[in-house]
Design a protein around this ligand. Structure first.
Ligand code: UDP
Length: 324
């Protein structure tokens, strides 16, 4: 299939395009490079440096490359920042998606896989969380993704758009030549590995008084390559409209991540104790039963150490991230 990947220069997008290429798809990437990295996209791949809000350029790209389906990951994604700057989030993520959909409808491209997020669930009543859980986003970021899902459902009914939304939990890990390079970095695993490598400050433990086995928060870390495969499966199984929750099938506390990182790297991870981070629920773990049942998806990563080992290998290969 000829596939446009928006946000293909980002962390998850660059993983998605590698899986699509390996499966024989023709890929074109569209990215505004505000948070993405040009070097995350292999040089041989067609690359359009544009924003999804630029409808005429997107239309041109869809025409030029005779695109049959779109995987839409282009977005900004920092929960905390979104609370302070909701305008940026609605403009980038909602207006950007509406403009992309306008371009697709105008060019007769009727298939979309949408990158959504566990942030649509907010504080869950029960765990594990699946697609039937109520959506109560706690941030403009979560709102922006949830709103696009609503738009997709309506466009599916009215215009026959085939769409699948993937609500990811904590993406982690790396490909040998593509990994996490957020500036600034806020995610636990890259911060832990940078601290182990002596390249970053000690890791601050955001609270040790949660109702969890060791008092630190439980999260569901899923390998980015497994997430990427879910996009390929969703493309191969067109659905009038589907939503899937994606996690690894289990959770780990922050302390478990630290201990696993020490085993994988063979180095100590310096830690300092900190206060709770505002808005952090104690436990977030997904049930991916539906995507397993309907699309045959299951994580291949053997577990947290596998994920950490891949991220550690990427850090060794690119100690300063992408060279741009
Ligand atoms: N965390 C932490 N110290 C850090 C960064 C994260 O203790 O420097 C904790 C955070 O409170 C959460 C978990 O690690 O419980 C994962 O956080 P991350 O920001 O990676 O992902 P989130 O779950 O917020 O999407």
């Amino acid at each position: 299939m000829r596939v446009l990947v928006t946000g293909g220069a980002g962390y998850i997008g660059s993983a998605v395009l590698r899986v699509l290429l390996a499966e024989g798809h023709e890929v074109v990437v569209l990215d505004n490079l505000v948070t993405g990295h040009r070097r995350a996209v292999p040089a041989a791949i067609a690359f359009v440096h544009a924003d999804t809000r630029d409808t005429s350029t997107v239309r041109q790209a869809l025409r030029d490359h005779r695109v049959e389906a779109v995987v839409h990951l282009a977005a900004i994604s920092q929960v905390g920042t979104s609370v302070r700057h909701p305008r940026d989030y609605f403009d980038n993520n909602v207006r950007g998606s509406l403009a992309l959909l306008d371009a697709m409808l105008a060019e007769g491209v009727g298939r979309l896989v949408f990158s959504s997020t566990a942030a649509v669930y907010g504080d869950p009543d029960t765990c594990p969380i699946d697609e039937t859980a109520p959506t109560r986003p706690k941030s403009p970021y979560g709102d922006s993704k949830r709103f696009v899902e609503t738009v997709l459902a309506r466009y599916g009914e009215a215009y026959g758009l085939q769409h699948t939304s993937l609500r990811y939990f904590n993406a982690a890990g790396a490909f040998p030549d593509a990994g996490e390079d957020h500036r600034p970095e806020t995610h636990l695993i890259p911060l832990v590995l940078a601290a182990a490598a002596g390249k970053g400050p000690p890791v601050t433990l955001f609270g040790e008084d949660y109702p969890t086995p060791d008092g630190t928060c439980v999260r569901d870390y899923v390998h980015v390559a497994d997430l990427a495969r879910a996009h390929a499966l969703a493309l191969a199984a067109p659905a009038p409209g589907a939503i899937y929750t994606l996690g690894s099938g289990g959770g780990h506390t922050v302390r478990e991540v630290l201990e696993a990182a020490e085993r994988v790297t063979g180095r100590p991870v310096p830690v300092v104790r900190g206060a709770r981070r505002e808005g952090d629920p104690a436990t977030l773990v997904a049930s991916s039963a539906r995507i397993g049942r309907e699309l045959g998806w299951a994580p291949r990563a053997a577990g947290l150490e596998d994920i950490l080992a891949s991220a550690w290998a990427w850090l060794q290969a690119a100690p300063d991230g992408y060279p741009d």
